[in-house]
Design a protein around this ligand. Structure first.
Ligand SMILES: NC(=O)c1ccc[n+]([C@@H]2O[C@H](COP(=O)([O-])OP(=O)(O)OC[C@H]3O[C@@H](n4cnc5c(N)ncnc54)[C@H](OP(=O)(O)O)[C@@H]3O)[C@@H](O)[C@H]2O)c1
Length: 315
């Protein structure tokens, strides 16, 4: 019951926000300008994972499955397992070198394409107008699918604007249901949006209890751009899975540290894409919709913020 109320709240808020955005920002294309969009089947939510609406009106699950570092037969098995236990949002990227294996896992799951929400990302080497179009087709071919639900510019470097123009066209042609970015700071979004015809639907950034991204959180809310957390467990760094504060909070609800972390993301309205190679963990990570962290617990978790990346090697 609580889950439904929370989700309804998010949807209501989003509805009001989207209305306000379209009233306020005439520079971006209205939905009707996207001629190709109607040609694609919509994502059909069919299970217990709540969804939200992106700023172009399409529905997206609030919890998904990450695939970075999964490769070969392990990746095939993990993606197929993840879908079998209920995940519908699958996150991959050209640079992970696993799109074929993700595609094979999807195929082996036997699920209908329209039940899934598939994200991939354009890598830096392919930035620029022409290269983006080619890279997009390569990703589709590797994944063995006809369209992407979400395509992201992986990092804010190089000819981002040339890539964005190509992505806007692919979107208008109906080959992608939503376009967005990853690892963009608010100022980099400002710069992109200064010339964009279509506003990014989403920004995927490092977010976890040790790096809570308050600045981006506020800016993305203001822009009506959905925030998505990569490494929602900080990939296990900084002792997250043995953190006593998170363990004590979990005990109150009979939940694990992983579940507390994912519930915290969900209550902030952030989409999270945890990765796991173990089916038991995949199941555990989905089981977060039957409890609610109290305001006090949310405040306690807020104090864990170190406001610094846990992945300095990627800076
Ligand atoms: N856009 C970007 O630049 C970017 C960068 C990094 C990541 N990403 C995306 O974000 C996804 C998630 O991030 P991530 O892969 O870095 O790491 P993560 O999801 O933060 O953490 C993964 C680690 O947590 C462990 N784990 C998962 N569930 C657990 C549970 N219930 N209990 C204990 N341990 C658990 C996994 O081990 P087991 O396998 O043993 O379960 C694995 O070692 C990536 O896979 C990728 O799709 C995007």
């Amino acid at each position: 019951m609580k889950r439904k109320n929370h989700n309804d709240d998010i949807n209501r808020r989003r509805f009001l926000q989207i209305g306000a955005t379209f009233a306020a920002s005439a520079i971006f294309l209205p939905l009707s300008a996207n001629k190709g969009f109607g040609a694609l089947p919509s994502y059909q939510a069919d299970n217990s994972i709540p969804s939200l609406k992106l700023n172009n009106g399409i529905e997206m699950p609030m919890l998904g499955f990450g695939t970075n570092t999964l490769n070969g037969p392990t990746c095939v098995r993990c993606v197929s397992d993840a879908i079998s236990v209920g995940y519908r949002l699958i996150d991959t990227a050209n640079i992970y070198g696993n799109e074929e294996f993700v595609g094979e896992g999807i195929k082996q799951s036997g699920i209908k394409r329209e039940k899934l929400f598939i994200t991939s990302k354009l890598w830096v080497d392919d930035y620029g107008y022409e290269s983006t179009k080619k890279a997009f087709e390569t990703s589709l071919n590797k994944l063995g699918i006809e369209y992407l639900d979400l395509y992201l510019i992986h990092r804010p470097r190089g000819d981002v604007k040339g890539s964005w123009k190509a992505m806007e066209e692919l979107y208008k042609e109906g080959k992608i249901r939503a376009i967005g970015v990853s690892n963009f700071e608010p100022e980099q979004l400002d710069d992109l949006m200064a010339d964009a015809k279509i506003k990014p639907a989403l920004n995927q950034i490092e977010t976890h209890v040790f790096f809570q991204q308050h600045n981006s959180y506020k800016a993305l809310k203001k822009y009506e751009i959905q925030m998505e957390a990569w490494s929602p467990f900080a990939a296990g760094r900084n002792g997250i899975f043995t953190n006593q504060i998170l363990a004590d909070i979990g005990k109150k609800y009979n939940k694990s540290i992983a579940q507390v972390c994912l519930r915290w993301h969900y209550q902030r309205g952030i989409v999270a894409i945890p990765r796991s190679s173990q089916k038991a963990h995949m199941i555990e990570n989905l089981d977060i919709f039957d409890f609610e962290l109290s305001k006090t617990d949310m405040k306690t978790i807020a104090k864990l913020d170190l406001n610094i990346t846990q992945f300095p090697e990627w800076e």
